[in-house]
Design a protein around this ligand. Structure first.
Ligand code: IMP
Length: 188
Protein backbone atom coordinates (compact mmCIF):
# COMPACT_ATOMS: atom_id res chain seq x y z
CA UNK A 1 0.00 0.00 0.00
CA UNK A 2 1.28 3.50 -0.82
CA UNK A 3 0.52 6.26 1.64
CA UNK A 4 0.13 9.88 0.56
CA UNK A 5 2.27 12.58 2.12
CA UNK A 6 1.72 16.18 1.02
CA UNK A 7 -0.23 16.72 -2.19
CA UNK A 8 1.94 15.45 -5.00
CA UNK A 9 3.86 12.39 -3.90
CA UNK A 10 3.05 8.95 -2.61
CA UNK A 11 5.24 6.63 -0.57
CA UNK A 12 5.12 3.11 0.75
CA UNK A 13 6.29 4.21 4.17
CA UNK A 14 7.94 7.05 6.03
CA UNK A 15 11.40 7.42 7.55
CA UNK A 16 11.20 9.47 10.75
CA UNK A 17 14.40 11.29 11.63
CA UNK A 18 16.00 14.69 12.01
CA UNK A 19 18.99 13.44 10.01
CA UNK A 20 18.74 14.08 6.26
CA UNK A 21 21.91 12.07 5.51
CA UNK A 22 20.45 8.93 7.05
CA UNK A 23 17.20 9.41 5.12
CA UNK A 24 18.98 9.96 1.80
CA UNK A 25 20.99 6.77 2.22
CA UNK A 26 17.96 4.75 3.39
CA UNK A 27 15.90 6.07 0.45
CA UNK A 28 18.52 4.96 -2.10
CA UNK A 29 18.89 1.56 -0.47
CA UNK A 30 15.16 0.87 -0.25
CA UNK A 31 14.57 2.13 -3.80
CA UNK A 32 16.89 -0.66 -4.86
CA UNK A 33 14.59 -3.13 -3.05
CA UNK A 34 11.46 -1.57 -4.66
CA UNK A 35 10.22 0.40 -1.63
CA UNK A 36 9.43 4.12 -1.94
CA UNK A 37 10.44 6.03 1.18
CA UNK A 38 9.14 9.45 2.28
CA UNK A 39 10.86 11.74 4.80
CA UNK A 40 9.05 12.54 8.05
CA UNK A 41 11.41 15.14 9.47
CA UNK A 42 10.99 15.30 13.23
CA UNK A 43 12.83 15.30 16.54
CA UNK A 44 11.85 12.22 18.50
CA UNK A 45 12.44 11.77 22.20
CA UNK A 46 15.38 9.40 22.82
CA UNK A 47 15.20 7.25 25.95
CA UNK A 48 18.43 6.46 27.80
CA UNK A 49 19.19 2.79 27.33
CA UNK A 50 22.11 0.49 26.56
CA UNK A 51 19.96 -1.21 23.92
CA UNK A 52 19.72 0.31 20.44
CA UNK A 53 16.64 -1.87 19.89
CA UNK A 54 14.81 -0.37 22.89
CA UNK A 55 15.72 3.14 21.75
CA UNK A 56 14.62 2.48 18.15
CA UNK A 57 11.32 0.82 19.15
CA UNK A 58 10.48 3.66 21.50
CA UNK A 59 11.11 6.14 18.69
CA UNK A 60 9.12 4.27 16.04
CA UNK A 61 6.07 4.00 18.36
CA UNK A 62 6.25 7.73 18.97
CA UNK A 63 6.65 8.46 15.26
CA UNK A 64 3.63 6.29 14.38
CA UNK A 65 1.50 8.03 17.04
CA UNK A 66 2.37 11.34 15.40
CA UNK A 67 2.23 10.59 11.68
CA UNK A 68 -0.37 7.75 11.74
CA UNK A 69 1.36 6.11 8.76
CA UNK A 70 3.58 3.03 8.49
CA UNK A 71 6.96 4.34 9.60
CA UNK A 72 10.54 3.25 10.20
CA UNK A 73 13.21 4.82 12.36
CA UNK A 74 16.87 3.92 12.58
CA UNK A 75 19.14 4.01 15.59
CA UNK A 76 22.86 3.49 15.14
CA UNK A 77 25.93 3.10 17.27
CA UNK A 78 29.67 2.98 16.72
CA UNK A 79 31.17 0.37 19.06
CA UNK A 80 34.95 0.57 19.58
CA UNK A 81 36.35 -2.67 20.98
CA UNK A 82 39.32 -1.27 22.95
CA UNK A 83 36.98 1.27 24.61
CA UNK A 84 34.59 -1.45 25.81
CA UNK A 85 32.05 -0.64 23.09
CA UNK A 86 32.09 3.14 23.68
CA UNK A 87 30.41 5.28 22.36
CA UNK A 88 27.76 2.65 21.42
CA UNK A 89 24.22 3.90 22.15
CA UNK A 90 25.72 7.29 23.06
CA UNK A 91 27.29 7.81 19.61
CA UNK A 92 25.17 10.81 18.75
CA UNK A 93 26.02 12.66 21.99
CA UNK A 94 29.71 11.78 21.71
CA UNK A 95 29.81 12.98 18.11
CA UNK A 96 28.28 16.31 19.14
CA UNK A 97 30.65 16.74 22.09
CA UNK A 98 34.14 15.37 21.29
CA UNK A 99 33.58 14.55 17.60
CA UNK A 100 35.92 12.57 15.35
CA UNK A 101 39.04 14.34 16.67
CA UNK A 102 38.10 13.40 20.23
CA UNK A 103 37.63 9.74 19.26
CA UNK A 104 41.02 9.68 17.49
CA UNK A 105 42.67 11.16 20.59
CA UNK A 106 41.29 8.33 22.73
CA UNK A 107 42.76 5.54 20.60
CA UNK A 108 46.23 3.97 20.54
CA UNK A 109 47.12 0.75 18.70
CA UNK A 110 43.91 -1.27 18.93
CA UNK A 111 41.43 0.22 16.47
CA UNK A 112 38.80 -2.49 15.88
CA UNK A 113 35.22 -1.18 15.76
CA UNK A 114 31.80 -1.98 14.43
CA UNK A 115 28.88 0.08 13.23
CA UNK A 116 25.49 -1.24 14.31
CA UNK A 117 22.14 -0.27 12.79
CA UNK A 118 18.69 -1.06 14.18
CA UNK A 119 15.70 -0.38 11.96
CA UNK A 120 12.38 -0.32 13.81
CA UNK A 121 9.08 -0.48 11.90
CA UNK A 122 5.73 0.50 13.42
CA UNK A 123 2.22 0.44 11.99
CA UNK A 124 -1.26 -0.39 13.36
CA UNK A 125 -0.43 -4.07 13.78
CA UNK A 126 3.34 -4.43 14.17
CA UNK A 127 6.31 -3.13 16.01
CA UNK A 128 9.37 -4.99 14.89
CA UNK A 129 13.09 -4.32 14.63
CA UNK A 130 15.98 -5.54 12.47
CA UNK A 131 19.62 -5.31 13.53
CA UNK A 132 22.83 -5.62 11.56
CA UNK A 133 26.43 -4.64 11.97
CA UNK A 134 29.52 -4.00 9.91
CA UNK A 135 33.01 -4.68 11.25
CA UNK A 136 35.83 -2.27 10.59
CA UNK A 137 38.60 -0.18 12.10
CA UNK A 138 39.06 3.43 13.13
CA UNK A 139 41.48 5.33 10.90
CA UNK A 140 44.55 7.11 12.34
CA UNK A 141 43.37 10.47 11.03
CA UNK A 142 40.29 12.11 9.53
CA UNK A 143 40.06 11.05 5.89
CA UNK A 144 37.40 12.55 3.61
CA UNK A 145 34.45 14.83 4.13
CA UNK A 146 31.50 12.54 4.86
CA UNK A 147 28.92 13.05 7.60
CA UNK A 148 29.13 11.73 11.17
CA UNK A 149 31.81 9.10 11.73
CA UNK A 150 32.22 8.44 7.97
CA UNK A 151 35.69 10.12 7.84
CA UNK A 152 37.12 7.78 10.53
CA UNK A 153 35.42 4.42 9.89
CA UNK A 154 37.18 1.97 7.57
CA UNK A 155 35.01 -1.06 6.78
CA UNK A 156 36.52 -4.53 6.98
CA UNK A 157 38.37 -5.51 3.77
CA UNK A 158 38.58 -1.86 2.63
CA UNK A 159 41.46 0.62 2.62
CA UNK A 160 39.17 3.64 2.43
CA UNK A 161 36.97 5.32 5.02
CA UNK A 162 33.20 5.41 4.49
CA UNK A 163 33.69 9.05 3.50
CA UNK A 164 35.86 8.00 0.54
CA UNK A 165 34.00 4.84 -0.49
CA UNK A 166 31.78 4.96 -3.56
CA UNK A 167 29.80 1.85 -2.63
CA UNK A 168 29.01 2.64 1.03
CA UNK A 169 25.30 2.05 0.39
CA UNK A 170 25.99 -1.45 -0.90
CA UNK A 171 27.86 -2.67 2.19
CA UNK A 172 26.95 -0.48 5.16
CA UNK A 173 25.35 -1.43 8.49
CA UNK A 174 22.30 0.52 7.20
CA UNK A 175 22.19 -1.51 3.97
CA UNK A 176 22.36 -4.80 5.89
CA UNK A 177 19.60 -3.88 8.38
CA UNK A 178 17.36 -2.48 5.62
CA UNK A 179 17.85 -5.64 3.58
CA UNK A 180 16.57 -7.71 6.52
CA UNK A 181 13.68 -5.28 6.91
CA UNK A 182 12.68 -5.40 3.24
CA UNK A 183 12.68 -9.23 3.22
CA UNK A 184 10.21 -9.14 6.11
CA UNK A 185 8.19 -6.25 4.59
CA UNK A 186 7.44 -8.17 1.39
CA UNK A 187 6.46 -11.31 3.32
CA UNK A 188 4.22 -9.69 5.92
P1 IMP B 1 21.71 8.08 15.98
O1 IMP B 1 21.17 6.81 15.43
O2 IMP B 1 21.09 9.26 15.29
O3 IMP B 1 21.66 8.14 17.47
O4 IMP B 1 23.21 8.14 15.47
C1 IMP B 1 24.32 7.75 16.18
C2 IMP B 1 25.52 8.51 15.70
O5 IMP B 1 26.19 7.74 14.72
C3 IMP B 1 25.27 9.87 15.09
O6 IMP B 1 26.26 10.76 15.54
C4 IMP B 1 25.39 9.66 13.62
O7 IMP B 1 25.88 10.80 12.98
C5 IMP B 1 26.40 8.52 13.55
N1 IMP B 1 26.15 7.66 12.41
C6 IMP B 1 25.15 6.80 12.22
N2 IMP B 1 25.25 6.18 11.04
C7 IMP B 1 26.33 6.70 10.45
C8 IMP B 1 26.95 6.49 9.19
O8 IMP B 1 26.50 5.71 8.33
N3 IMP B 1 28.05 7.20 8.96
C9 IMP B 1 28.57 8.08 9.85
N4 IMP B 1 28.05 8.33 11.03
C10 IMP B 1 26.92 7.64 11.33
Amino acid sequence: MRVGVGMQQSFDLLFASSNLHKFQEAKKILEHFGIKLGFYKCNLEEIQSNSLKEIANHKSKQAFQNCKKPVIVEDDGLFIESLGGFPGPYSSYVFKTIGNKGILNLLKQKRKAKFVSVISFCDKRNIISFESYLDGTISKKIIGKGWGYDPIFIPFKSKLTFAKLKDKNEISHRYKALKKFSNWYFDK
